[in-house]
Design a protein around this ligand. Structure first.
Ligand code: NAD
Length: 463
C-alpha cells in the first residue's frame, strides 16, 4: 500500500506525542517547586510583572495558551486518561479544543462608568494577586488551562494544588502555560505548583498570607474546607443533575440528547446527566428509544445489586469505576456487552443508590413520576440542594419555568445534551469551574477580579 503524506503526518504526530508523554520529566517543568511556600513566592514575583503589563500583552499570553492547548489537545487527553484511568481520549480532545476557543480572556474585563454634573466615576476590575486553585482529577488539564486563561487575563497569577492522582497531567498543562507566557514576553511562574501536592500543601496554601482568594473545583469536602479557611473562596462543588422529561417533549430526541450528554467523557463532567425523571405517560417510550436506538443496556434487579456492590464501597465511590465506559463497568459484574453499548439503564426509585449518588459513570437510572408536579419534586430531591445543574426536555414553557424556579441551579439546559451549557452545541462561553455553592455560576476572567471605584469629583464630565 502506498504511504500518503497524511499517513506520514499522522505517524510523526503520534511519535512526537509519545516522546512528549514519556520523555518530559516533571522536575524539568516550569513552575514546579518542592515547597509550597517557594511556589507562592515565585507566583508572587511573577504577578508583580503581570500587573504592569498592558492588557494587550496579557492578551498575547492568553492567545498563546489557546494555541498551545489546541496543539497539545491530544497529548493532554491521552495523558489524562492514562494517568487517572478516567474518561475517553476522543471526548477529552474535544474538551481541550472547546476550552481553548471559548474560555473568555481579557475581553471579559470591563469598566463601568457614571458621568454627570459631579464628575466621573469608574468601577474597574483589578486582580486579586496570587490565586490559590484546587483542581479535580476528573478534568485535570481542562481545569488548569481554563483557570489559567481566566485568572491571568484578570491580571493574577496562580498556585495550584492539583489532585494527587492527576499531578503529571496537571503540571504538564501548567508548563504549557508558563511556556506560553515566556514566549509572549511575559514572566515564568504565572502558574505554579508543588511536586507532591497533598492535603498538607493545600492547607499551607489556604493559610498563606499572600493568597487572598481560593478557587476550589471538586467535591463537597474541598469546598467546605475552602469556605472554612477564613479567605474569600469560590466554591465549585459537586452536582447530581437530573434530566426531567415530560409528555410534551420530542421523546426520541430526548433519548438521544440525554444519552449523548450522559456518556460524554464517560460521564465525568459535573454538569452531565446523572439520572432521569420521566412522567409516567412517556417513561416506557423513552426507555424503549434509549435501548433500541442509543446503545443502552438494560440491567435486571439482580445485576443492579451486583453493580451497587461494585461501584459503591463502605468508604464511598469505588474510584476504579469513576469515568469508566459502560462496557468496562458491565464486565466488572461479569457481563460481556456488545461493542455498541455506551450506557447502562434501569428503572428504580429515587432512593436507589445508583440514582441518588453522584456516580460520574455512564449509568442512568430512570425514576417514574405520576405527573409533572411529582417529577419536579423528585428532581429537586435528587439534586440534593447542590444548586449545580439540571436539564429538562419539554415544549411547555410553563413547565420549563416552574422547573427552573423550583430547582434553582446554576445551569439549566432545555432540550439539548448537558454539554450545551459549556457552549458545545449551545451559545455562551466555556468554563470548567462552575461555582455552584458560592453563587458565581460559570466562572470567567471577571470572576477573578476585585471591583475598584475610581472617582474624579466635579471634573472630566464633558457632556
Ligand atoms: P475531589 O473532591 O476528590 O478532589 C478535588 C480536589 O480537592 C483535589 O485536588 C483534592 O486533592 C482536593 N481535596 C479533596 N478534599 C480536600 C480537603 N478536605 N481539603 C483540601 N483539598 C481537598 O473531587 P474529584 O474526584 O477530583 O472530582 C470530582 C468532584 O468534583 C465531583 O463531585 C464533581 O461534581 C466535582 N466537580 C465540580 C466542578 C464544578 O465546576 N462545580 C467541576 C469538576 C468537578
Amino acid at each position: 500500500m502506498p504511504v500518503s503524506e497524511t499517513m506520514v503526518q499522522d505517524i510523526v504526530k503520534e511519535v512526537v506525542a509519545r516522546m512528549q508523554l514519556a520523555g518530559t520529566a516533571q522536575s524539568t517543568y516550569h513552575g514546579v517547586f518542592a515547597d509550597m511556600n517557594d511556589a507562592i513566592a515565585a507566583a508572587k514575583e511573577a504577578q508583580k510583572k503581570v500587573r504592569v503589563m498592558t492588557m494587550d500583552q496579557r492578551e498575547q499570553i492568553i492567545s498563546n495558551i489557546r494555541k498551545k492547548t489546541h496543539e497539545n489537545a491530544e497529548v493532554l487527553a491521552r495523558m489524562g486518561v492514562e494517568e487517572t484511568g478516567m474518561g475517553n481520549v476522543g471526548d477529552k480532545i474535544l474538551k481541550h479544543h472547546l476550552l481553548a476557543d471559548k474560555t473568555p480572556g481579557t475581553e471579559d474585563i470591563t469598566t463601568t462608568a457614571w458621568s454627570g454634573d459631579r464628575g466621573l466615576t469608574l468601577v474597574e476590575m483589578g486582580p486579586f494577586g496570587v490565586i490559590g486553585a484546587i483542581t479535580p482529577c476528573t478534568n485535570p488539564s481542562e481545569t488548569v488551562l481554563c483557570n489559567c486563561i481566566g485568572m491571568i487575563a484578570a491580571g493574577n497569577t496562580v498556585v495550584f494544588n492539583p489532585h494527587p492522582q492527576a499531578v503529571k497531567t496537571s503540571t504538564f498543562a501548567m508548563n504549557l502555560v508558563n511556556e506560553a507566557s515566556i514566549e509572549a514576553g511575559g514572566p515564568d511562574n504565572v502558574a505554579c505548583t508543588v511536586e507532591k501536592p497533598t492535603l498538607a500543601t493545600s492547607s499551607t496554601m489556604m493559610k498563606h498570607k499572600d493568597i487572598p482568594l481560593i478557587a476550589a473545583t471538586g467535591g463537597p469536602g474541598v469546598v467546605t474546607a475552602v469556605l472554612s479557611s477564613g479567605k474569600r473562596g469560590i466554591g465549585a462543588g459537586a452536582g447530581n443533575p437530573p434530566a426531567l422529561v415530560d409528555e410534551t417533549a420530542d421523546i426520541r430526541k430526548a433519548a438521544q440528547d440525554i444519552v449523548n450528554g450522559c456518556t460524554f467523557d464517560n460521564n465525568l463532567p459535573c454538569i452531565a446527566e446523572k439520572e432521569i425523571v420521566a412522567v409516567d405517560s412517556i417513561a416506557d417510550e423513552l426507555m424503549d428509544y434509549m435501548i433500541s436506538e442509543q446503545g443502552c443496556y438494560l440491567i435486571s434487579k439482580e445485576e443492579q445489586d451486583r453493580l451497587v456492590k461494585t461501584v459503591l464501597t463502605p468508604k464511598g465511590l469505588n474510584r476504579k469505576c469513576v469515568g469508566r465506559s459502560a462496557r468496562v463497568l458491565l464486565s466488572m459484574i461479569g457481563i460481556e456487552a456488545p461493542s455498541n453499548i455506551r450506557c447502562i439503564v434501569f428503572e428504580g426509585e429515587k432512593e436507589h443508590p445508583l440514582i441518588s449518588e453522584e456516580l460520574m459513570m455512564p449509568i442512568l437510572g430512570l425514576v417514574r413520576a405520576k405527573g409533572f408536579d411529582d417529577a419536579v419534586e423528585k428532581a429537586v430531591w435528587l439534586e440534593h440542594g447542590n444548586r449545580h445543574s439540571a436539564h429538562i426536555h419539554s415544549k411547555n414553557i410553563d413547565n420549563i419555568t416552574r422547573y427552573a424556579r423550583a430547582i434553582d441551579t446554576a445551569i439549566l439546559v432545555k432540550n439539548a445534551p448537558s454539554y450545551a451549557a459549556l457552549g458545545f452545541g449551545g451559545e455562551g462561553y466555556c468554563t470548567f469551574t462552575i461555582a455552584s455553592r458560592t453563587g458565581e455560576g460559570l466562572t470567567s476572567a471577571s470572576t477573578f477580579t476585585k471591583r475598584r471605584r475610581c472617582v474624579m469629583s466635579d471634573s472630566l464630565c464633558i457632556r
